[in-house]
Design a protein around this ligand. Structure first.
Ligand SMILES: NC(=O)c1ccc[n+]([C@@H]2O[C@H](COP(=O)([O-])OP(=O)(O)OC[C@H]3O[C@@H](n4cnc5c(N)ncnc54)[C@H](OP(=O)(O)O)[C@@H]3O)[C@@H](O)[C@H]2O)c1
Ligand SMILES: [Zn+2]
Ligand SMILES: [Zn+2]
Length: 350
């Protein structure tokens, strides 16, 4: 039985590509695994905009986007042991899983094969919708919520829950060797600016790879050791067979595999987290075999990796570059995001 108010106020998407509308909606049904937050902050990710625009698949409107959520715990179900009322907690792009498939049993619910619940646009087992963070409250499953480190402010913490984990997890798994690995980060945006900092903190030499010549100075300021401008052949030639890893967080639709495989050393890694609206192009098999390149992907991260990331970020002073907007100005934030003004993440604040 619910003892709190089951309604909440959200800035909801109501139609493809259209501005958000402020409205009252109903939280999911309360149960023993539930936890409720008063949202203080929520980051804005490119995936929110893709979902609003229905770039990948239809959205279940009204849909409350936002999946870099931080708030204060206001209520916990009887199964919740890792957080208490008054704690600061966060939730990212995943809010639920089946808990019994091979992936879930292996501690990788981010790859759940049966019932992966996105923080917005999915349905809880009873049919209630999952709602995200452009709102005043969030209610969901405690198993996808994490304590915010004490020495991290909430506005800073928010963006770790998607951009942070999505870049930390694959870099952490990629066997980066301090002083030896040379890691290229494609796309210096919300995810990319975290990736640069994580790769650097893991001990790699870091090369920013960007379409935007004007980001050179800012990439170096972020911690890149050097910079490849996509339209400058000379800067590519300098790193021919020179990188051990590439992490792709964004590129343009004229992307060609061979251009980036040429940058990799033998047995190099090409790791993709970018999710464009277009299909990745075909690749020539010889460009793949000749250097035995490993091409693979990564989806957010596991709960364990989320905890490791928060600790690593706090310890290594990883700091997102953010601009805050009032939650009521979410439509302005989306407009500015579409205009490419984010340097590098926008955070909505209640
Ligand atoms: N795998 C996952 O689990 C996961 C999780 C979260 C997000 N994502 C996906 O990751 C991607 C990045 O998200 P984000 O929030 O970091 O986005 P973002 O802030 O917009 O950054 C993406 C960067 O990619 C480059 N880029 C993107 N589209 C381009 C184009 N058409 N032409 C030229 N350059 C382009 C730009 O960098 P430069 O100007 O420096 O080239 C841009 O700054 C999105 O596709 C998102 O859906 C995946
Ligand atoms: Zn995201
Ligand atoms: Zn599962």
């Amino acid at each position: 039985m619910s003892t709190s108010n089951d309604n909440f106020t959200a800035w909801a998407g109501v139609q493809r590509g259209k501005p958000f509308t402020k409205m009252e909606l109903k939280l999911k049904e309360w149960d023993a695994d539930s936890i409720e937050l008063n949202i203080t902050h929520c980051g804005l990710c490119a995936s929110d905009v893709h979902a609003l625009d229905e770039d990948w698949f239809p959205s279940d409107f009204p849909c409350v986007f936002g999946h870099e959520i931080v708030g204060t715990v206001t209520r916990i179900g009887e199964n919740v042991k890792h957080l208490k009322v008054g704690d600061r907690a966060g939730v990212g792009a995943q809010s639920g899983s089946c808990h019994q498939c091979e992936a879930c049993l292996d501690g990788q619910p981010n790859l759940c094969l049966e019932d992966y619940l996105y923080t917005f646009g999915s349905r809880w087992p009873n049919g209630d919708k999952t709602y995200g963070g452009f709102a005043d409250k969030w209610r969901g499953d405690h198993r996808f919520t994490f304590k915010v480190p004490d020495d991290m402010t909430s506005e800073i913490a928010a963006t770790f829950f998607c951009a942070g984990i999505t870049t930390f997890a694959p870099l952490r798994r990629a066997n980066i060797i301090p002083g030896e690995s040379v890691v290229g980060i494609m796309g210096i945006g919300g995810l990319g600016h975290f990736a640069v900092q994580f790769a650097k903190a893991l001990g790699a030499k870091v090369i920013g790879i960007s379409h935007n010549e004007s980001k050179r100075d800012i990439a170096l300021e972020l911690g890149c050791d050097d910079y490849i401008s996509v339209n400058d052949k000379e800067s590519f030639d300098k790193y021919n067979n020179g990188l051990t890893h590439i992490l792709c967080t964004g590129t343009s639709s004229d992307f060609a595999w061979h251009t980036y495989f040429a940058l990799l050393k033998i047995n190099g890694h090409f790791i993709n987290v970018f999710s464009p609206t277009w299909d990745l192009p075909g690749m020539n098999s010889f460009t793949l075999f000749n250097k035995q390149i490993k091409v693979y992907a990564s989806k957010i991260g596991t709960p364990k990796e989320m905890e490791d990331m928060l600790a690593f970020a706090a310890e290594n002073k990883i700091k997102p570059w953010i601009t805050t907007y009032k939650m009521d100005d979410v439509n302005k934030a989306i407009e500015d995001f579409r205009a490419g003004k984010a340097r590098f993440r926008f955070v909505l604040e209640n």
